[in-house]
Ligand binder design. Structure first.
Ligand code: ADP
Ligand code: MG
Length: 365
């Protein structure tokens, strides 16, 4: 694959103390769906706006298809942006909204008709050609905004929280639709979201941002299975953090004392013995053992909390010493009383060593 966007040590300083984006380098491949993920204020929109040309970097260089566009205005770049509020013209029909950019480009009326037809077909709304934005639902307006952006056939489409105005159900549906649309048109998408599920579902690659920097980047599965830090483990999926101490280390495996017992972890980091560490465990990777079931890598505790969440039960388990972790237990078709363990019941649980995350430093409050 060819590289379409190169961000080379990009920074944006808004004021003496406000660093919106802090020295980010990132390459995006042609046709890739890349998501910038992170909490509010971490610099996602600033980075996106600099790629689009709506904001000038205070440091670094941006190349688009090999050409330096760092200080080029938006209309000189083969990128297009879909804004959070769609920004459709309320007094123009759907057709005119989509055609608007093409008219500015000086396309012939015939060419405009063909391209508007194609773009509206793509988003499944050609029959709405003559309607006005206020006559459409939120989801339809969102699709019109997309049609308007792709009709100009940009190399790259930038989307800032494109689904955030939609309610949960529609949002879920649009996640799949948008992903399919991207695959169909083959345009490179760079999307901003603070929603980890959205990022996991839609992206080829996720860039997790923290305070203007890249915390980690990789495929959804890489980030989910191998979070590089507590920050990432906490932001993607659910993770319980527990205090541990390194007990012994032998090639690739670290044994960690935790809650009156110990767990083996496949640790990528080299740590001395006797070091305080933070253990991260995902509830769905912790398995509750049947009575008398043999297993390696186990801990013992007692049930201290039972949460019903539809798919199953999330059980809070208190280890010796008081640390609490969670284990998910999927339920059979019908839930009966016998499936719900009583509070205080002693249990044993097992975790695969590669599902035990080890992070340096003590658990933060
Ligand atoms: P996000 O999109 O991840 O929520 P932003 O890129 O909007 O984050 O903002 C990153 C940081 O830059 C924040 O601290 C924000 O307050 C600051 N910032 C964003 N835009 C401006 C601006 N126009 N002037 C000054 N500070 C800004
Ligand atoms: Mg933003």
């Amino acid at each position: 694959m060819a590289t379409i966007i190169e961000l080379d040590h990009i920074s944006k300083q808004y004021g003496p103390d406000i660093l919106g984006v802090d020295d980010i380098s990132l390459n995006v491949e042609d046709g890739e769906f890349v998501t910038l993920l992170g909490p509010s204020g971490c610099g996602k929109s600033t980075l996106l706006r600099m790629i689009g040309g709506f904001e000038e970097p205070t440091g670094g260089c941006i190349r688009l298809a090999g050409e330096d566009v760092t200080f080029s205005p938006p209309y000189r770049r083969a990128v297009n942006m879909v804004f959070q509020d769609y920004a459709l013209f309320p007094h123009m029909t759907v057709g005119d909204n989509v055609a608007y950019g093409l008219k500015l480009m000086g396309c012939s009326p015939r060419e405009i008709d063909t391209r508007v037809f194609d773009a509206l077909h793509l988003v499944g709304l050609y029959d709405k050609l003559k309607l006005y934005p206020h006559q459409l639902s939120g989801g339809q307006r969102q699709r019109i905004a997309l049609a308007r952006a792709i009709v100009r056939r940009p190399k790259v489409l930038l989307l800032d929280e494109p689904l955030s105005a939609l309610d949960a159900k529609l949002r879920e549906q649009m996640q799949t639709e948008l992903k399919q649309l991207q695959e169909k048109v083959g345009i490179t998408f760079i999307m901003v979201t603070h929603d980890q599920t959205e990022a996991l579902v839609m992206s080829d690659r996720i860039v997790v941002m923290e305070k203007g920097r890249i915390a980690q980047e990789g495929t959804p599965q890489q980030l989910y299975d191998h979070p590089a830090s507590r920050y990432v483990a906490n932001f993607i999926g659910t993770t319980t953090f527990l205090p541990g101490v390194t007990e012994s280390i032998s090639d690739g495996t670290t044994r960690i004392a935790i809650g009156g017992g110990a767990l083996d972890a496949v640790a990528d980091i080299a740590l001395p013995v006797g070091e305080a560490v933070t253990i991260g465990l995902r509830p769905e990777k912790v398995r509750l053992l049947e009575e008398g079931e043999a297993s390696t890598n186990t801990l013992s505790g007692k049930i201290c909390e039972v949460i019903y969440y539809g798919l199953g039960l999330r059980l809070g388990i208190e280890l010796a010493g008081g640390a609490r972790l969670y284990a998910d237990k999927l339920l059979p078709d019908t839930l009966s009383r016998s499936h719900v363990p009583p509070l205080g019941q002693p249990v044993r649980l097992a975790v695969q060593p590669h599902n035990v995350f080890v992070f340096p430093g003590e658990v933060e409050a």
